[in-house]
Design a protein around this ligand. Structure first.
Ligand SMILES: Nc1nc2c([nH]c(=O)n2[C@@H]2O[C@H](COP(=O)(O)OP(=O)(O)OP(=O)(O)O)[C@@H](O)[C@H]2O)c(=O)[nH]1
Length: 167
């Protein structure tokens, strides 16, 4: 699959790309111990099986927070108390030009329930699930900056790891 570009917002706004921008609300659920929730993209969607933060497209009559509340109920069965806007990123995929509105969520009710057959995993840096969706990688870098984490944000198995560590 060809790799997406992280688009230049100015170029997109000035007509460098005439594709419609799809607004996406993304929830970064963070537990008290700092672990964050990743989910796998369901079968049938672009990049099926890739790991991402849960969320989805904003409908025309919704705010980012409303869309996020709806998507998280629909996809993972939790109700968020509130969402704190964190960062916005424009990504130019072959299938869509998306503006990702990442929001931190620390307070929710309900048990996790993967309603679209996804997998889920609470992760710390470096993340141990793969592959990670290209548009999700920058979020790991933002976490690394916040947490003074200097190693690679995605764990890469070495030969020693694969052979159980024996020489
Ligand atoms: N949910 C989510 N989407 C992301 C992330 N990073 C990222 O590039 N995206 C992109 O944002 C878009 C989200 O669309 P989606 O297909 O998940 O949204 P949706 O649930 O409303 O889909 P549907 O309307 O096809 O059912 C996809 O193009 C996806 O590749 C992420 O961390 N989380």
């Amino acid at each position: 699959m060809s790799q997406p570009l992280v688009a230049d917002p100015l170029l997109a706004r000035e007509g460098g790309s005439n594709r419609k921008v799809v607004e996406v609300a993304v929830g970064v659920l963070i537990r008290a111990d700092g672990a964050f929730l990743l989910t796998s993209r369901p079968e049938g969607k672009a990049y099926a099986g890739y790991w991402e933060f849960p969320g989805g497209k904003v409908e025309s009559d919704e705010s980012i927070e409303q869309a996020l509340r709806r998507e998280l109920q629909e996809e993972i069965g939790v109700t968020i108390a509130n969402a704190t806007p964190w960062r916005v990123e424009l990504v130019d995929y072959p299938h869509a030009l998306v503006r990702l509105h990442f929001c931190k969520v620390r307070d929710w009710t309900g048990e996790l329930d993967m309603r679209e057959g996804q997998a889920c995993s609470w992760q710390q840096l470096p993340v141990r699930v793969h592959p990670v969706l290209p548009g999700t990688i920058p979020v790991l870098d933002w976490f690394a900056q916040e947490r003074n984490f200097v190693d690679a944000t995605v764990f890469v198995a070495t030969e020693a790891d694969c052979s159980g560590g024996r020489a």
